[in-house]
Design a protein around this ligand. Structure first.
Ligand code: RFL
Ligand code: PHB
Length: 392
């Protein structure tokens, strides 16, 4: 079976769904092909912090309602080290900016609901999705569903299919340049229906390793601790997690941690990764399909949003008056912002984690850097403006 849309989108994560919704608002027809089921996509517990730019895009996509009524606006973020908590006043240091705590699960839910109302095509459990002929004028997508083969012809293909997706793999290898750093540890995350230990996020550096106190709401907390890459999630009981978390936090904060049974527990490896360029003829890469950041600083989802910003503007301009300029500059414009977020995430990760090979000297240097950071308005401002998100 075959049909035609203007833009074929691979992947129904935040990037694909947001792009689909923004294009729909501009009257551009899309189809989204997603390998997994809707429930599987919604079951992934990932990011929790939205920059103002991402919030603005979600509003533009018609998904601002629940985000504003349930999202928590945070004007500050905290660093813990050497037994103390230090607040970075995001709002004061950036001249009024803040971040919104609203889970990726909720963002995805809102985008899926909004798309369902438009009647635009979304195919879940699409197997063997492949982009074709994107080096010419008439690209198309193929996939299998319920034992039948399908074809979708389109003008452009957006590869929003995440790090393990097919789009980047289909880019001509001789044109693709890859930059990568793997970190020698992971994050063990735990979600629980308990009130957060602190009313704002806390990133903690300790001699036992990194810890993060985050949240999804005033009743639901998300915590992370740095773990070994060889750790298995089954080997971590809830009790062992809570004990280790508290050991890594300043005493007062540790005393404020309310424990409870986990709803979810998982280990994520940490990686920095960028593939360049983001355009191959009529195929455009967006979000995790092209780049990964370690989660320290919460930039992954926000970068997916900024890519979508550049790409949807370029497509809207193209369908408006035929101009190609935005499409031509998409890769460079998006990558300029991506690399700054890569730098920030790498720096924040390096400063906050225990690097097994760096020893006591490494720990002392980190403490000096943290001390400088919280003592210098210039250094605090640099952290704050990156944390709230650099302008698009
Ligand atoms: P996603 O969310 O990975 O969505 C891609 C979608 O494409 C589908 N897909 C395919 N569909 C069709 N055919 C194929 N061949 C396909 N291959 C894949 C996938 O099923 C999926 O639904 O990418 P997107 O949209 O670019 O969004 C990016 C964000 O999801 C990502 O940057 C963040 O979640 C990163 N991230 C985190 N970011 C933060 O800011 N804070 C965090 O705490 C945080 N935790 C995480 C994370 C990413 C993780 N991953 C990817 C393993 C924790 C984890 C475990
Ligand atoms: C989260 O709440 O999942 C979260 C928050 C901040 C980060 C990473 C993850 O830097």
């Amino acid at each position: 079976m075959s049909k035609r849309v203007q833009v074929g989108i691979i992947g129904a994560g935040p990037a694909g769904l947001l792009l689909g919704q923004l294009l729909h608002k501009a009257g551009i027809e899309t189809a989204i092909l997603e390998r997994r089921s809707r429930d599987y996509v919604l079951g992934r517990i990932r990011a929790g912090v939205l920059e103002q730019g991402a919030v603005g895009l979600l509003e533009k996509a018609g998904c601002g309602g629940r985000l504003h009524s349930e999202g928590l606006v945070h004007d500050g973020v905290n660093l813990a080290f050497d037994g103390e908590l230090h607040r970075i006043d995001l709002k004061d240091l950036t001249g009024g900016d803040s971040v919104t705590v609203y889970g990726q699960t909720e963002v995805t839910h809102d985008l899926m609901d909004a798309r369902a109302q438009t009647g635009a095509e979304t195919v879940y459990e699409a197997e063997n999705v492949r982009p074709h002929a994107f080096d010419g004028e008439s690209p198309y997508l193929t996939y299998d569903k319920d034992g039948q083969s399908h074809r979708i012809d389109c003008d452009f293909i957006a590869g929003c299919d995440g790090y393990h997706g097919v789009s980047r793999q289909c880019a001509p290898p001789d044109l693709l340049q890859v930059y990568e750093r793997i970190y020698p540890f992971g994050w063990l995350g735990l979600l629980a229906d308990v009130p957060p230990a602190n009313d704002e996020l806390v990133y903690a550096n300790s001699a036992r390793g990194f810890a993060l106190c985050s949240m999804r709401s005033l009743e639901r907390s998300r915590y992370y601790i740095q773990c070994d890459l060889s750790d298995r999630v089954e080997a971590w009981s809830d009790e062992a997690f809570w004990d280790e978390l508290r050991r890594r936090l300043p005493e007062d904060l540790a005393d404020s941690v309310t424990t409870g049974p986990s709803i979810e527990k998982s280990i994520a490896p940490l990686r920095s990764f960028v593939a360049e360029p983001l355009r191959f003829g009529r195929l455009f890469l967006c979000g995790d399909a092209a780049h990964i950041v370690p989660p320290t600083g919460a930039k992954g989802l926000n970068l997916a949003a900024s890519d979508v910003h550049y790409l949807h503007e370029a497509l809207v301009a193209y369908y408006g008056d035929g101009t190609q300029a935005g499409l031509d500059s998409y890769s460079a414009a998006a990558l300029a912002r991506v690399w700054k977020a890569e730098r920030f995430s790498w720096w924040f990760t390096t400063m906050m984690h225990l690097f097994p090979d760096d020893g006591p000297f490494g720990q002392k240097i980190q403490e000096a850097e943290l001390d400088y950071l919280v003592g210098s308005r210039a250094a605090s401002t640099s952290l704050a403006e990156n944390y709230v998100g650099l302008p698009y």
